[in-house]
Every structure is written in structure tokens, then in C-alpha cells.
Design a protein around this ligand. Structure first.
Ligand code: SF4
Length: 234
């Protein structure tokens, strides 16, 4: 990271989300992209970015996404005029995994769940980031224990020390939904069915009253609610 960028990164920590997004887009141009799984936070960032200029958007299509997510992906293309860059799992690794362990291996053992996430998400993300200098995510500190220390702009040591930009790091769930309502931002239909965090269809369920918003992710497992893309596969 260059000295002047280092200084800017420090100064950006207290800036509003729009300013952080604008800085990233102007500083890195085609070398920055929004990583979107079309969750509420990603849709807020895309809406803000679309008011600033053109932004690259990529997604990881695991092959197990809910139909509602694919519908929103198409809507995003039409509404914002962006070409969503879609990264798929490596075919040979995927075929080998399914042949050996079956399609629903993730329910059987945490190590098989991590293998599936590695092949369907972690490795494709590495490819997506290969030529970028920065990526933008919808991470927020209050999403989960492992995200408490997320900064608005930080060095991503897992992915070759490029910058990771998290404009909503200090936002709450309520702030996300206030913005969505005020700006009529389109969202995944699953939110209206009790989902609060949306990933692959077989690994996500709606939450019950009083449950943590991430309780519906890998609900049969105790502990980590991470797929590995933000934690290096852990
Ligand atoms: S969330 Fe589930 S289906 Fe998706 S990659 Fe991970 S284990 Fe596989």
C-alpha cells in the first residue's frame, strides 16, 4: 500500500458510507469491485455506488443459491445496468467432491461443510480477486462475533494484501433497512419470509423469534457462522 493511500485509509475510518464508496471507486477505478451475494447490505452499497458512477459487481454462484437470489440478480442487471460478473466453482473439483461425498455432504460433518464452502465459495473468490487492488463488501461489525473488529477500509492479508472496503462496518441492521425503505431499494424476497441472512438454499433457513439474525446459517452446526471467504477458510 502506498504511503498516501495509507494516510487516506486512516482518515476514512470515520467517514460516511457514501464517501468511502466514492473514495474506493475514484482511487481504484476498474481495479475495485463490489462482492455481492445480493443481501440487503450489498443492495444498499450498490444503490449508493450507482449514484456515484459505474461500479464492477461480481458474485459467487455456488450452484446452490435460492431461486429468489437468481431473480434479484437479474433485476439488478436490468435496474442498474451492470454486468454481474459470475464466478462458478471449478468443475473438476466439484465433480470429484460430489462423486466422493454426495450432493448434501455439508449436513454430515463440519469438515465436509468446509470442503463444500471451499470449493463453491473460497476458491472462486480467490479467482475473482486475483487482478483487483480492492474489493467492497457488506460486512458489518454487529453481524457476528468474528466481525466485531471490521474496519471501513483494511488490508486483506488473506488475499494478497489488497484493500478490503467495508463501507457499512459501523451500520446496524435497522440503519440498513431504513435506507432500503427510504430509497426503495429492491431486496431478496426471502426477507419477507423470515430470513435475515441469505446464503445457499440448503444451508439457510428463516429465523425464529428471539434468534440471532445469523442463526439461520448452517443452523445444525454449533459455533462459527462463517463460510471462510472472510476468514481464510477457517
Ligand atoms: S453454504 Fe452450504 S451449499 Fe453453500 S458452499 Fe457452503 S456448504 Fe456448500
Amino acid at each position: 500500500m502506498k504511503m498516501e493511500t495509507n494516510w487516506e485509509v486512516h482518515a476514512l475510518q470515520g467517514e460516511p458510507a457514501e464517501r468511502v464508496i466514492e473514495w474506493a471507486m475514484k482511487t481504484f477505478g476498474e481495479k475495485v469491485a463490489l462482492a455481492s451475494s445480493f443481501q440487503a447490505e450489498d443492495m444498499v452499497i450498490l444503490h449508493m455506488a450507482s449514484r456515484i458512477g459505474r461500479i464492477r459487481v461480481f458474485t459467487l454462484d455456488t450452484g446452490r443459491l435460492p431461486q429468489e437470489t437468481y431473480e434479484l440478480m437479474d433485476k439488478v442487471r436490468e435496474l442498474y445496468g451492470v454486468e454481474v460478473e459470475v464466478y462458478f466453482p471449478d468443475t473438476a473439483r466439484l465433480e470429484e467432491m460430489v462423486k466422493k461425498y454426495g450432493v448434501n455432504l455439508f449436513y454430515r460433518d463440519p469438515s465436509l461443510r468446509r470442503l463444500c464452502c471451499d470449493i463453491r465459495k473460497v476458491e472462486p473468490l480467490r479467482r475473482a480477486l486475483k487482478d483487483l487492488r480492492a474489493w467492497i463488501t457488506g460486512l458489518r461489525r454487529d453481524q457476528w462475533e468474528t466481525r466485531r473488529t471490521v474496519s471501513k477500509v483494511e488490508v486483506d492479508r488473506i488475499h494478497g494484501n489488497i484493500l478490503k472496503v467495508n463501507p457499512l462496518a459501523d451500520w446496524t441492521w435497522e440503519m440498513v433497512w431504513d435506507y432500503i425503505r427510504k430509497n426503495d431499494v429492491p431486496v431478496n424476497k426471502l426477507y419477507s419470509m423470515g430470513y435475515t441472512s441469505i446464503g445457499c438454499a440448503p444451508c439457510t433457513r428463516p429465523i425464529r423469534p428471539g434468534e440471532h439474525p445469523r442463526a439461520g446459517r448452517w443452523w445444525w452446526e454449533m459455533g462459527s457462522k462463517e463460510c471462510g471467504i472472510h476468514t481464510g477458510g477457517e
